[in-house]
Design a protein around this ligand. Structure first.
Ligand code: ARG
Length: 456
């Protein structure tokens, strides 16, 4: 059924209809479309624009349609132009002229702008809740591995000692900001465009604040052109999701590395790994690789939205129908990634002995050795140079700072005494890093406690 009969003398060409139609991807907004229509009709009646009898027929009809779609008794027509057309057409076929009154003081332009907002509100909540769950898992693991000393890296070169708990909490912080970004975008999105109509509002005496309140919005959008024209909320959400995917992708990359025999810092549960069809020894971290790969999809969705919008004159343009596939795909992808990632992380075990071995072999305490000399009164730059010479000496002799004899230390700088071995002790190097945000186990445990509160 086409809504725009009257002006036209022919039905639309079937292939053009396929091209023009959005029903394949907007039918998932049927609930939101119906909720919006019920609120709209209720307002029309309250304002005396439609009768109480018509309202009752509309509301009962829409509720029945919703229930039948949910039960599978009513199939959404794949040839319909879009979900708005389908619902209105179905209603009218059931209740006749009352159904035809529903679209008074409304357009599909404000209707679609409303439906997407209602739909995305739930999507935001879903991702927000998944992130809360993920941060919970991170807190649990950070507590468990608060004492697990590992090398911290820059340039993927061993740099300074940290703890695995500290490393995990870094991701928890990033994910907390992702949660805030979603919440913030949702807050800005939560204004109601309904009643903007096609672009220029209406001459009917509508009550836009009433529908806004009914549908749980913070208020009505203040400009009818803006109400139907912008998709900034889609772009903002897609960018928040893109940033989230960057975080998940970096974390995934580290997990891929940590699983390798070169690192062997962690072991993934068999239920969250895959094998090779030819190499019997293989256990692959496919989930994390897929997340790393799928991040590109979400960035692509953001690029689609930005590109789609950047040249559009106000107000509605059909280009904007492309918004849904992009933003839905972004949410679907993120939710799927998190659904796999959370239990994978929850069942992962760390191998602290291997982490410690890696931390002990890479001159990771060289800064602490220099700091020791600073404690003896040497300026930091001189201390840095002396320690550099010691590291070179160790490399030549196949030794570490722990195994280099004291005489060799003294030959480089007379300020050394046996206190140096205590100063470069790995545990001490970590335990003493108690500066705010530092990796000392006591810090990590305190941070976990705070993080649990912030995340609840
Ligand atoms: N399916 C359309 C979309 O998603 C609904 C709005 C149609 N409005 C119009 N003036 N053709 O954008």
């Amino acid at each position: 059924m086409q809504l725009w009969k009257g002006r036209f003398s022919k039905e639309i060409d079937p292939k053009t209809n396929d091209f023009n139609s959005s029903i394949k991807f907007d039918s998932r907004m049927y609930k939101e479309d119906i909720d919006g229509s019920i609120a709209h009709a209720t307002m029309l009646c309250a304002q005396g624009i439609i009768s109480g009898e018509d309202l009752a027929l509309i509301v009962d009809g829409l509720k029945a349609i919703k229930a039948e779609i949910e039960s599978g008794d009513l199939l959404i027509d794949p040839n319909a132009e879009d979900i708005h057309t389908f619902v209105e057409g179905e209603l009218t076929s059931r209740i006749g002229s009352a159904g035809k009154r529903l679209h008074t003081a409304r357009s599909r332009n404000d209707q679609v702008a409303l439906d997407i907002r209602l739909f995305l509100r739930h999507e935001c909540d879903d991702v927000y809740n998944q992130l809360t769950e993920l941060v919970d898992v991170l807190c649990k693991k950070a507590e468990l591995y608060a004492y697990a000393v590992m090398p911290g890296y820059t340039h993927l070169q061993r740099a300074q000692p940290i703890t695995f708990g500290h490393h995990l909490l870094a991701y928890a912080e990033m994910l907390m900001r992702d949660k805030e970004r979603l919440l913030d975008a949702k807050k800005r999105m939560n204004y109601c465009p309904l009643g903007s109509c096609a672009l220029a509002g209406t001459t009917y005496n509508t009550d836009r604040e009433m529908t806004a309140k009914d549908l749980g919005f913070s208020g009505a959008m203040q400009n009818s052109l803006d109400g139907v024209s912008d998709r900034d909320f889609c772009m903002e959400l897609a960018s928040a999701l893109s940033i989230l995917m960057v975080h998940l992708s970096r974390f995934s990359e580290e997990i891929v590395l940590w699983c390798s025999w070169e690192f062997k810092f962690i072991e993934l549960d068999d239920a969250f790994s895959t094998g090779s069809s030819i190499m019997p020894q293989k256990k692959n971290p496919d989930i994390t690789e897929l997340i790393r790969g799928k991040s590109g999809r979400v960035f692509g969705d953001l690029t689609t939205l930005l590109t789609m919008m950047k040249g559009l004159p106000l107000a509605y343009n059909k280009d904007m129908q492309e918004d849904k596939e992009a933003i839905f795909d972004a949410f679907d992808t993120v939710k799927m990634c998190l659904t796999a990632f959370i239990p994978m992380l929850d069942t992962m075990t760390a191998l602290p002995e291997n982490m410690r071995k890696a931390a002990a072999g890479g001159f990771i305490n060289a800064t602490d050795c220099a700091d020791y000399l600073v404690g003896k009164g040497l300026p930091f730059r001189d201390a840095y140079k002396a320690t550099g010479e010691l590291v070179a000496l160790c490399i030549n002799k196949g030794l570490t700072l722990e195994t280099l004899p004291l005489e060799e230390y003294k030959a480089v700088c007379s300020l050394f005494d046996d206190g140096v071995f205590e100063a470069i002790n790995l545990d001490k190097c970590v335990n003493d890093r108690t500066s705010l945000g530092g990796p000392a186990p006591e810090n990590v445990l305190a941070q976990v406690k705070k993080m649990k509160q912030r995340n609840s």
